[in-house]
Design a protein around this ligand. Sequence first.
Ligand code: B12
Ligand code: SF4
Length: 466
Amino acid sequence: MKVKLILPALAEAESPFWRPIKYSLFPPLGLATLAAYISPEDEIDLQDQHVEELNLDDEPDLVLIQVYITNAYRAYRIADHYREKGAYVLLGGLHVTSLPEEAAAHADTIFIGPGEDTFPRFLEDYRNKRPQKVYTSTIRTLEKLPPVRRDLIKRYKYLVPNSIVVSRGCPHHCDFCYKDAFFEGGRSFYTQVVDDALSEIDRLPGRHLYFLDDHLLGNERFASALFEEMKGMGRVFQGAATIDSILRGDLIEKAATAGLRSVFVGFETFSPQNLKQSNKKQNLERDYVSAVNRLHDLGIMINGSFVFGLDDDDVDVFKRTVDWGVRNGITTSTYHILTPYPGTRLYREMDQQGRILTRNWDLYDTRNVVYQTTRLSAEELKDGYNWAYRSFYSWSNIAKASLRHESIHHQLKHFAYTGGWKKFEPMWNFMIKTGGLNKMLPLLEAILSEVKSPGRAERSFTPAIP
Ligand code: B12
Ligand code: SF4
């Protein structure tokens, strides 16, 4: 049997804001995870449209397509194309789970929720010639999973080929997040067994890892055991965590000792009213600056995530947020315009209030205003969002933020990481075109080498590259 797995490119591939490097970061891990269930006797072709031109002239028997909200229309066109050719087409992923009826019109079978329990069930039914129209995930476990088919990933096309997830979901319930909808009907936060996670790490070559888990520190016992075992492995890694988990106990120290060098933190907003509106309880009454200082003291760089457009935001929110980031030495900032994803509580509430202005999913990329705003006009919100990016990533602010760190090593790392990420687009494009992106990995590993901070003289300095 010929099986084709496709990650269609996001809508913005055609936009002037398209940054090829942002979409050449991570390989299609979800599809490579599913491929592990397909028999080795079957012929598998995994294509990621972000980094390669799709070959649509082939004749696969079975086609699996992963659907995000902003690749949905493209995914449906590809699905229709293959169905016309007589292939059996499966659609799954976040957007299919949010809007199953919409997706079902373009598929022979759709999948609701994670695929680790449902996809193998489908394969068995398909071979027995009785596939169902809909499979809904109910069993939530990551135990005894077959190893991710990383051999299908074209590693040289990605800056960060070693992306990995060792858990699914998150223990929190923010209103704007996809998480509760995606994991409905079962556990919404679960981890691998530590030994399996370590085996998965062992299978990854080189030093650098990027954990794509929603909340790497979400299960204290699991994370603590994982970091303990990773201590001697010589890895450098990046991941995501919440403010409360950074402030609580000593887990973040353990993570740093294991090799955590940069962390994605959802600060989202400084307004307690906004936090309450979003049910982001874990940020309420937390001292953001203490969290930042703790991370910096451990030599961990910070990618701060901020949302604009919550109901308590006014026209000053943009400057306030940028100034705070610069003042506190945040390495990179990701700004989002509030986006009510279908399936979330935020979407339901806005829909009930008649505040959803468009259902053109291509616009749901957190760069566009798709809902009726309150204190800010849509134009103010969009302009403020664009201004925030421009301002935070101006050379003068990059320099100012870098100089906030105590050690020169940390200052240089900050400057190199932020400047490199945002200011060298032509270089990235050249590396992508010439197929040499992967050669930049040692540089990234060097930038992520350990910082010896004045307060942590007892910790040893790891050389940048072996
Ligand atoms: C990696 C990533 C990216 C990469 C994606 C490219 C890639 N190669 O994967 C990049 C950097 C491009 C990216 C960009 C953005 N992202 Co993003 N990203 C992620 C992240 C961190 C990991 C995805 C992943 O690999 N998960 C692990 C794998 C194992 O799970 P999975 O992919 O979901 O696959 C499973 C199931 O979905 C299912 N499945 C999936 N497809 C199919 C198909 C079939 C047939 C079947 C049977 C099953 C199935 O089975 C798989 C195994 O269980 C997720 C958060 C997360 N932890 O999932 C956010 C996430 C997907 N991103 C999100 C957002 C908002 C964005 C941005 C809009 C942010 C921004 N403003 O820049 C942009 C642009 C995206 C857009 N325009 O829509 C949101 C999406 C919300 C939504 N409803 O779509 C998420 C969920 C983060 C969040 N917590 O809100 N992202
Ligand atoms: S903490 Fe992050 S991943 Fe968890 S529910 Fe909130 S937004 Fe979603």
